[in-house]
Design a protein around this ligand. Structure first.
Ligand SMILES: Nc1ncnc2c1ncn2[C@@H]1O[C@H](COP(=O)(O)OP(=O)(O)OP(=O)(O)O)[C@@H](O)[C@H]1O
Ligand SMILES: [Mg+2]
Length: 414
């Protein structure tokens, strides 16, 4: 029987699949009650391109999670990714009101407000203001200046922007299913929340979410994220390359990619053959598996070289990063972490949502990282709204959507 009880609902609308999760919250502990995923419709490169198809798809996916959980979702937290996600660093200063004695929360707030007064490009929306560090009278690297003595306070923040239309269309699509969107979080933030260990966050690491249409990248340095960016390339391009290269259907190419491809070519014996059904004549033919893997490897390398270029452009030396964590279903490509290690020159591992579910849980898979990470974001959002401190190590303000966005959602809640 469907009952009403206090739960949190997360919705990840991706290019390849829509995922929903419903969980109950008990003293900050998340208990997963329902988890569902369906192939996406009406979404391209993380952006809604056909509203009615997307609405139907989200509705069906939600219904399944509701059925499993025996609850009805009334509001939800959603993730947004795609090519319009842009990260910008900014800083702002304030003179301490007490004139040299203790720094108060109002002083911090004014410095952060000054840092976020960034001229937004047209059709852009400020999604998150993530605190990175503060400096007090020129002394840098302070994580929390509250109660310290000083006259001049400076805040360094990382701003995450997205196209307003992308966010609005996502919110409208979810609202049309009868569920109110409480807040929206950047996809890579949510997935990073679920997969990174405290050490990886604190020491510095490179987070890569390989989706179907995009690859989202976030660079973590001590203090927080210092760069985020979305690349318009993902696992879908590898499938298309295979289909074109082997003259196969997209369906066949997808199946070959999942079952026969490794991008670690050393593991492919020379005379290995794969059976491929031709797209034109429907006839089976045997082709070299080496060729198949080379096609996939070329595109995989292109994605990883673009990630490397981001590190170079940001002047981040690999010695400053503990490792690369690769999430998203695209990360399931066999040999991907090994290839990442070789090209990026960093230890690499797949990102499992271990901060939400234990290693033996069936949902402990890179595929669920974003939607399960959203549950963590939701928990902290609700705890800050209730005025209690976040249960995470990172101060909640690092994750909260900007006040303008929050108010916008809250306006729709009332
Ligand atoms: N076992 C597998 N091996 C290789 N690739 C896989 C495997 N399973 C899924 N993929 C690929 O992962 C990609 C989909 O990843 P994911 O589901 O994370 O994307 P998405 O969140 O829907 O898209 P996006 O984040 O780009 O909007 C597809 O290209 C799919 O082919
Ligand atoms: Mg995704």
């Amino acid at each position: 029987m469907i009952t009403k009880r206090r739960t949190i609902t997360a919705i990840d609308v991706g290019t390849c699949k829509v995922s929903t999760a419903i969980a109950s919250l008990n003293q900050g502990k998340i208990e997963l009650l329902g988890l569902s995923s369906l192939p996406s419709r009406g979404v391209r490169k993380g952006i809604i391109v056909n509203l009615s198809q997307a609405v139907e798809c989200i509705r069906s996916c939600l219904e399944e999670a509701e059925r499993q959980s025996g609850t009805v979702a009334e509001s939800a937290f959603a993730s947004v990714g795609g090519p319009y996600i842009v990260g910008v660093n900014s800083s702002g200063a304030s003179e301490v009101l007490s004139g040299g004695s203790e720094i108060g929360s109002e002083d911090i707030q004014r410095a952060v407000e000054a840092a976020r007064a960034f001229p937004l490009p047209d059709n852009s929306q400020l999604l998150h203001v993530l605190h990175r560090s503060f400096s007090v009278d020129g002394q840098e690297g302070i994580s929390n200046p509250l109660g310290m003595q000083g006259r001049h306070l400076e805040a360094n923040v990382h701003l995450i922007l997205n196209a307003s239309s992308a966010v609005n269309n996502l919110v409208n699509a979810i609202n049309k299913t009868g569920v109110v969107v409480e807040s929206v979080f950047a996809q890579h933030l949510a997935a990073g929340m679920a997969t990174l260990s405290d050490d990886e966050r604190e020491l510095g690491s490179l987070f890569i979410d390989v989706g179907d249409g995009t690859t989202d990248v976030a660079i973590y340095r001590p203090g927080g994220i210092c760069h985020s960016q979305s690349l318009p390339l993902g696992g879908g391009r590898i499938t298309k390359d295979i289909a074109i290269g082997l003259k196969a259907t997209l369906e066949e190419a997808e199946s070959l990619k999942r079952s026969k491809v490794t991008v670690d070519l050393a593991g492919v014996p020379d005379g290995d053959l794969v059976e491929v059904i031709g797209a034109g004549n429907g006839q089976r033919q045997s082709l070299s598996r080496q060729l198949l893997c080379q096609i996939a490897q070329a595109r995989c390398d292109e994605i990883l070289h673009q990630v490397l270029e981001i590190l170079q452009a940001q002047k981040i030396r690999k010695e400053l990063l503990s490792r690369a964590i690769i999430s998203g279903d695209g990360a399931m490509l066999e040999g991907f972490p090994e290839r990442a290690q070789e090209i990026l020159g960093l230890p690499a591992r797949r990102g499992f949502p271990r901060n939400v579910v234990g290693p033996g849980h069936e949902a402990c898979h890179p595929s669920w990282s974003t939607v399960l990470g959203l549950l963590l974001c939701a928990r902290d959002f609700q705890s800050e709204m209730a005025g209690s401190p976040s249960s995470l190590n990172a101060p909640l303000s690092r994750l909260m959507p900007s006040r303008k966005v929050r108010n916008w959602f809250l306006g729709r809640l009332s």
